[in-house]
Ligand binder design. Structure first.
Ligand code: ZN
Length: 203
Protein backbone atom coordinates (compact mmCIF):
# COMPACT_ATOMS: atom_id res chain seq x y z
CA UNK A 1 0.00 0.00 0.00
CA UNK A 2 1.02 3.60 -0.32
CA UNK A 3 0.25 6.80 1.52
CA UNK A 4 -0.51 9.89 -0.50
CA UNK A 5 -0.20 13.15 1.40
CA UNK A 6 -1.76 16.40 0.28
CA UNK A 7 0.19 19.57 1.00
CA UNK A 8 -1.19 23.07 1.66
CA UNK A 9 -4.86 22.10 1.58
CA UNK A 10 -5.84 24.61 4.28
CA UNK A 11 -5.24 28.28 3.55
CA UNK A 12 -4.43 29.13 7.18
CA UNK A 13 -1.64 26.52 7.25
CA UNK A 14 -0.17 27.56 3.88
CA UNK A 15 0.00 31.10 5.27
CA UNK A 16 1.64 30.17 8.56
CA UNK A 17 4.57 28.65 6.62
CA UNK A 18 4.64 31.53 4.14
CA UNK A 19 3.67 29.27 1.23
CA UNK A 20 1.44 30.39 -1.63
CA UNK A 21 -2.17 29.13 -1.79
CA UNK A 22 -2.05 26.36 -4.42
CA UNK A 23 -4.19 26.52 -7.56
CA UNK A 24 -4.22 22.74 -7.84
CA UNK A 25 -3.57 20.03 -5.23
CA UNK A 26 0.03 19.35 -4.25
CA UNK A 27 0.91 15.82 -3.18
CA UNK A 28 3.80 13.61 -2.13
CA UNK A 29 4.17 10.03 -0.91
CA UNK A 30 5.13 8.22 2.26
CA UNK A 31 6.10 4.54 1.95
CA UNK A 32 4.40 1.83 4.03
CA UNK A 33 7.61 1.66 6.10
CA UNK A 34 6.78 5.11 7.48
CA UNK A 35 3.79 3.88 9.49
CA UNK A 36 4.33 4.11 13.25
CA UNK A 37 3.30 0.74 14.68
CA UNK A 38 0.22 1.08 16.86
CA UNK A 39 0.95 1.88 20.51
CA UNK A 40 4.64 2.54 19.78
CA UNK A 41 6.05 5.86 20.94
CA UNK A 42 7.58 8.19 18.36
CA UNK A 43 11.36 8.47 18.77
CA UNK A 44 12.73 11.77 17.48
CA UNK A 45 15.24 10.77 14.78
CA UNK A 46 18.82 11.95 15.27
CA UNK A 47 19.05 13.63 11.84
CA UNK A 48 16.66 16.44 12.73
CA UNK A 49 16.30 19.11 15.41
CA UNK A 50 12.81 20.16 14.44
CA UNK A 51 10.07 17.56 14.01
CA UNK A 52 6.63 19.10 13.56
CA UNK A 53 3.25 17.46 14.10
CA UNK A 54 0.61 17.90 11.39
CA UNK A 55 -2.79 16.39 12.21
CA UNK A 56 -4.80 15.32 9.16
CA UNK A 57 -8.00 13.53 8.14
CA UNK A 58 -7.25 10.25 6.34
CA UNK A 59 -9.28 8.62 3.56
CA UNK A 60 -9.12 4.85 3.21
CA UNK A 61 -9.33 3.73 -0.42
CA UNK A 62 -11.67 0.76 -0.93
CA UNK A 63 -11.63 0.28 -4.71
CA UNK A 64 -9.07 0.08 -7.47
CA UNK A 65 -9.22 3.16 -9.64
CA UNK A 66 -7.46 5.31 -12.20
CA UNK A 67 -8.59 8.53 -13.86
CA UNK A 68 -11.53 8.70 -11.46
CA UNK A 69 -14.25 11.18 -12.34
CA UNK A 70 -14.96 13.59 -9.50
CA UNK A 71 -18.65 12.67 -9.68
CA UNK A 72 -17.93 9.06 -8.72
CA UNK A 73 -14.93 9.65 -6.47
CA UNK A 74 -16.95 9.14 -3.30
CA UNK A 75 -17.38 5.44 -4.16
CA UNK A 76 -13.61 4.93 -3.93
CA UNK A 77 -13.24 5.51 -0.20
CA UNK A 78 -15.34 4.14 2.61
CA UNK A 79 -13.79 5.22 5.90
CA UNK A 80 -12.22 8.29 7.47
CA UNK A 81 -9.49 8.19 10.07
CA UNK A 82 -7.06 10.61 11.62
CA UNK A 83 -3.29 10.74 11.61
CA UNK A 84 -0.13 12.74 11.94
CA UNK A 85 2.17 13.60 9.07
CA UNK A 86 5.38 14.04 11.09
CA UNK A 87 7.69 16.40 9.24
CA UNK A 88 11.37 17.17 9.80
CA UNK A 89 10.83 20.87 9.18
CA UNK A 90 14.51 21.80 9.23
CA UNK A 91 15.27 19.17 6.57
CA UNK A 92 12.23 20.18 4.54
CA UNK A 93 13.37 23.82 4.56
CA UNK A 94 16.76 22.71 3.20
CA UNK A 95 15.12 20.55 0.51
CA UNK A 96 12.87 23.43 -0.53
CA UNK A 97 15.79 25.83 -0.69
CA UNK A 98 17.80 23.43 -2.86
CA UNK A 99 14.86 22.44 -5.04
CA UNK A 100 15.20 18.83 -3.86
CA UNK A 101 12.44 16.28 -3.20
CA UNK A 102 10.95 16.17 0.31
CA UNK A 103 11.33 12.46 1.09
CA UNK A 104 14.05 12.89 3.73
CA UNK A 105 11.76 15.28 5.59
CA UNK A 106 8.47 13.47 5.11
CA UNK A 107 8.92 9.77 4.38
CA UNK A 108 11.19 8.62 7.19
CA UNK A 109 10.40 5.68 9.49
CA UNK A 110 7.56 6.34 12.02
CA UNK A 111 6.57 9.56 10.26
CA UNK A 112 2.98 8.43 9.66
CA UNK A 113 0.63 8.01 12.59
CA UNK A 114 -2.56 6.24 11.50
CA UNK A 115 -5.45 6.06 13.96
CA UNK A 116 -6.94 2.77 15.01
CA UNK A 117 -10.30 4.54 14.86
CA UNK A 118 -11.79 4.81 11.35
CA UNK A 119 -15.40 5.94 10.91
CA UNK A 120 -17.59 4.81 8.02
CA UNK A 121 -18.21 7.77 5.80
CA UNK A 122 -21.98 7.21 5.79
CA UNK A 123 -21.96 8.09 9.48
CA UNK A 124 -20.33 11.49 8.89
CA UNK A 125 -21.29 14.78 7.32
CA UNK A 126 -18.28 14.87 5.01
CA UNK A 127 -18.54 18.60 4.42
CA UNK A 128 -17.98 19.41 8.09
CA UNK A 129 -15.89 16.83 9.89
CA UNK A 130 -14.36 18.17 13.07
CA UNK A 131 -10.97 17.11 14.30
CA UNK A 132 -8.30 18.35 16.67
CA UNK A 133 -4.92 17.59 18.15
CA UNK A 134 -4.07 18.08 21.80
CA UNK A 135 -0.48 18.33 23.00
CA UNK A 136 -0.09 17.72 26.71
CA UNK A 137 -3.85 18.32 27.18
CA UNK A 138 -3.82 21.65 25.33
CA UNK A 139 -5.49 22.04 21.93
CA UNK A 140 -2.81 22.92 19.36
CA UNK A 141 -4.62 22.25 16.08
CA UNK A 142 -8.28 22.40 15.28
CA UNK A 143 -9.66 21.59 11.84
CA UNK A 144 -12.83 21.16 9.87
CA UNK A 145 -13.16 19.54 6.46
CA UNK A 146 -15.21 22.56 5.33
CA UNK A 147 -11.97 24.58 5.32
CA UNK A 148 -10.16 22.37 2.82
CA UNK A 149 -9.18 24.11 -0.41
CA UNK A 150 -9.80 20.86 -2.34
CA UNK A 151 -12.46 18.45 -1.08
CA UNK A 152 -12.15 14.66 -0.85
CA UNK A 153 -13.63 14.00 -4.30
CA UNK A 154 -11.43 16.58 -5.99
CA UNK A 155 -8.35 15.10 -4.31
CA UNK A 156 -9.16 11.52 -5.35
CA UNK A 157 -9.89 12.56 -8.91
CA UNK A 158 -6.71 14.63 -9.15
CA UNK A 159 -4.33 12.07 -7.64
CA UNK A 160 -5.79 9.22 -9.74
CA UNK A 161 -4.84 11.04 -12.93
CA UNK A 162 -1.22 10.39 -12.04
CA UNK A 163 -1.29 7.12 -10.11
CA UNK A 164 -3.60 4.17 -9.72
CA UNK A 165 -5.32 4.04 -6.36
CA UNK A 166 -5.40 0.61 -4.77
CA UNK A 167 -7.49 -0.93 -2.02
CA UNK A 168 -5.92 -0.06 1.33
CA UNK A 169 -4.10 3.04 0.13
CA UNK A 170 -4.44 6.03 2.45
CA UNK A 171 -4.76 9.68 1.55
CA UNK A 172 -3.67 12.21 4.18
CA UNK A 173 -5.72 15.26 3.24
CA UNK A 174 -3.62 18.12 4.58
CA UNK A 175 -3.21 19.94 7.87
CA UNK A 176 -4.83 23.07 9.29
CA UNK A 177 -2.86 25.82 11.03
CA UNK A 178 -1.13 25.32 14.36
CA UNK A 179 1.68 22.92 13.42
CA UNK A 180 4.54 22.92 15.88
CA UNK A 181 7.61 21.22 17.22
CA UNK A 182 7.53 18.10 19.37
CA UNK A 183 9.77 17.61 22.38
CA UNK A 184 10.72 14.49 24.29
CA UNK A 185 8.01 13.78 26.85
CA UNK A 186 5.15 15.30 24.84
CA UNK A 187 1.90 13.42 24.48
CA UNK A 188 -0.18 13.98 21.35
CA UNK A 189 -3.82 12.94 21.32
CA UNK A 190 -5.97 13.19 18.20
CA UNK A 191 -9.75 13.49 18.24
CA UNK A 192 -12.04 12.77 15.32
CA UNK A 193 -15.57 14.12 15.91
CA UNK A 194 -14.71 14.24 19.62
CA UNK A 195 -13.78 10.57 19.68
CA UNK A 196 -10.25 9.74 20.75
CA UNK A 197 -8.52 8.44 17.61
CA UNK A 198 -4.89 7.98 18.68
CA UNK A 199 -2.38 8.74 21.44
CA UNK A 200 1.28 9.18 20.54
CA UNK A 201 4.05 9.68 23.08
CA UNK A 202 7.26 11.40 22.02
CA UNK A 203 10.56 9.88 23.16
ZN1 ZN B 1 0.89 17.24 5.95
Amino acid sequence: MKIICIGRNYANHAKELNNPIPKEPLFFLKPDSSILPKRNPFYIPNFTNEVHFEVELILKICRLGKNINEKFADTYYNEIGLGIDFTARDIQDQCKKNGHPWEKAKAFDQSAVVSSLFIEKELLDLTKINFRLEKNNRVVQQGNSSDMLFNFNQLISYVSKYMTLKIGDLIFTGTPAGVGKVEIGDELVGYLENKKAFTTRIK
